[in-house]
Design a protein around this ligand. Sequence first.
Ligand SMILES: Cc1cc2nc3c(=O)[nH]c(=O)nc-3n(C[C@H](O)[C@H](O)[C@H](O)COP(=O)(O)OP(=O)(O)OC[C@H]3O[C@@H](n4cnc5c(N)ncnc54)[C@H](O)[C@@H]3O)c2cc1C
Length: 438
Amino acid sequence: MTTTTPIRVAIVGGGIGGLTLLLGLLEHTSPIYIQPHLYETAPAFGEIGAGIAFGSNSIRAMELLKPAIATAYKKHATFHSDDSARERKVWSTYSMGMDGKGSNTLKAGDHIHEVRGSVERSSVHRARFLEAMTDLLPDGYVSFGKKLIDLIENSETNTITLVFEDGTTMEADAVIGCDGIKSRIRQILLGDQNADAAFTGKYAYRGLIPMGEATAAVGEWAANNAQFYWGYDGHVLTFPIEHGKTMNVVAFRTKDDGKWDHGSQWVLPGDKTNMLREFEDWGDDVKAILGMMTKTDIWALCDHPPADTYYKKGNICLLGDAAHATTPHQGSGAGMAIEDAFVLSHLLSHIRNKSQLESVFAAYDTVRRPRTQKLVTTSREAGELYEFQKPGVGDDVDALRANLDGRMRWVWDIDLVQHLKEAELLFREYNGQSDSKI
Ligand SMILES: Cc1cc2nc3c(=O)[nH]c(=O)nc-3n(C[C@H](O)[C@H](O)[C@H](O)COP(=O)(O)OP(=O)(O)OC[C@H]3O[C@@H](n4cnc5c(N)ncnc54)[C@H](O)[C@@H]3O)c2cc1C
């Protein structure tokens, strides 16, 4: 039976995942059938001052989700400054960040490899990208200062009540948890099983350096083109953002005992002297980069154990980091959130009553869970690779090169249109519509 009562979809969390989902729903669904609203705990949209890179899959997902998102991204994106690197579609250049040991006779600064993508590499300042997306939002679809603390399922009405910390409540037909790595909705959905993210044994320092200083320290080419500096139990990544005005830096270390002693406090104030001491055996370029960092906060890198499901009945579903938080070593967590939003918003465009929600969530779960959970696993492996820790590879340069090639291809080269078709077929099957067109 069809109904013209719109299905109320509550999106909880306004990061890249929640925002792209809202924009996708406004683009692809009709207000007659779907009424989305986003609830964000913060008083306004906001992102940290740091860079983020997007591969071809992420940019394609933006284009398919809403072409204006891709246009806004490209407006703010920064590409390699070097024409030849752009032509070769270089993703990153990899070199030794410190002298090799034993049979690895390379010296700090020696070139190891270069990985190429199917489109030229680009990166963006997170806050600029988020602002550009919020500019695309019409008024009236977002409530700020709404920290979700609980969900109450009402079996009689087949609705769900969102309970916020400020004492208010709101009723919806479905809730999509886009509330990030510490997701409350993930806890509610999964219970104690596999809900909480775990420390991966690595932490990072993140910083932005004015390009003039960066160029003076490491040279124009290295500062303006994405670089990895690899070493034993650590690595450093740099890439340009803000149209070449700023160099983004992330410096990673493996913690000796593999433990995080600060509970759920995952960002700690750091100390520059300690940070420099941790890299004192490294080469001149790395030391020069770290010497320019002004912020020395320490970010614990955590990821999620694989969830058995991303949804519960037709009521609750997870998207982005709430579903599959990953380490950043393949630079693809946010891209996967955008892909999630692309698939889910299109699937939701096919439904006409809320009894079909469960088929949408089941189809989304079937296609998205394997791909996104694979990233969590391979990203951890990449972190080991970059720090000469991967069993069977270590610091063997030939093995490192062989392992790097192809590591990103499955992420970048997905045919997203086909991926959605698979989800749509499953939706039809689960919805008992296998002979009908959607
Ligand atoms: C060092 C580092 C580098 C990275 N680099 C890249 C990269 O280059 N490329 C890439 O694709 N990915 C990268 N990532 C991953 C990327 O940052 C995340 O995957 C992405 O930001 C997740 O977006 P999200 O919207 O799912 O979650 P979040 O960005 O965490 O957003 C969650 C939102 O929910 C809100 N919220 C939380 N709890 C509640 C609640 N109870 N009620 C209401 N609102 C709530 C929060 O305020 C927030 O706005 C990197 C990650 C790190 C740590």
